[in-house]
Design a protein around this ligand. Structure first.
Ligand SMILES: *Cc1c(COP(=O)(O)O)cnc(C)c1O
Length: 217
């Protein structure tokens, strides 16, 4: 696989779904990938990346931004409140808003810095106890509270349970977003991004299919 093949599969999937290519953003998930693989995707011209840990991103991206210029970075993993300030300095979007305390911290930082990354609420559509995200039944109330804080909420995000058909989870996320007037849908990874595009994804998060298997650290 690789970037070019994934790009062409994304184009085919959007066209099958009767959607425009520019309505789906491809986030290249570069967590724990060796630097040379990340550099080749940058050299191919890609400029939108996802990382799941603040610390790892902070160690990697400032130097790459120096070399390659403007790069858009999205945080797709859990965020501790004590890392939020650092995250604000690195990321243009955060896909893992999942609790009131973090929302309050974001609002305070937004006030203080005059800017805030775009926010997605993570929903635990499979109700898996070990997984981050709020329950589907709590989405409406949480959306309302996040909006009251004046935060730039753009959509919802989910990670379907491993080994299950993703389509029902994508459908549920799309319904929750529509009901709350949210246009952003962060869903779909290497194994299921085409199904996510069919279900309305606006942001797909693809790692191993672009970069190759992650090398264990
Ligand atoms: C690692 C990760 C991905 C990418 O996974 P692949 O299966 O390698 O495409 C997407 N989303 C999140 C939240 C991740 O942590």
């Amino acid at each position: 696989m690789g970037l070019a093949e994934i790009e062409s599969r994304v184009a085919a999937a959007t066209s099958r779904a009767g959607r425009r290519r520019e309505d789906v953003r491809l986030i290249a998930v570069s967590k724990v990938q060796p630097l040379d693989r990340v550099e080749s995707v940058l050299e191919a011209g890609h400029r939108l990346f996802g990382e799941n840990r603040v610390q790892e991103a902070a160690g990697k991206w400032p130097a790459l931004r120096e070399r390659f210029g403007d790069i858009e970075l999205h945080l797709i993993g859990p965020l501790q409140t004590n890392k939020a300030r650092q995250a604000f300095g690195l990321f243009q979007a955060i896909h893992s808003l999942d609790r009131d305390k973090l929302a309050t911290t974001c609002a305070r930082l937004a006030d203080e810095t005059g800017a805030c990354p775009e926010l997605f609420i993570q929903v635990n559509t499979g109700e898996e106890p070990q997984k981050a995200g709020i329950a589907a039944s709590e989405v409406d109330g949480f959306v309302e509270r996040v909006r009251k804080l004046g935060l730039p909420l753009v959509g919802l995000m989910c990670i379907p349970p491993v080994g299950e058909d993703s389509a029902p989870h994508f459908g549920l996320l799309a319904a929750l977003a529509a009901r709350n007037g949210l246009s952003g849908l962060s869903m779909g990874m290497s194994g299921d991004f085409e199904a996510a595009i069919a279900a309305g994804a606006t942001h797909i998060r693809v790692g191993s299919a672009i970069f190759g298997e992650r090398v264990p650290t």
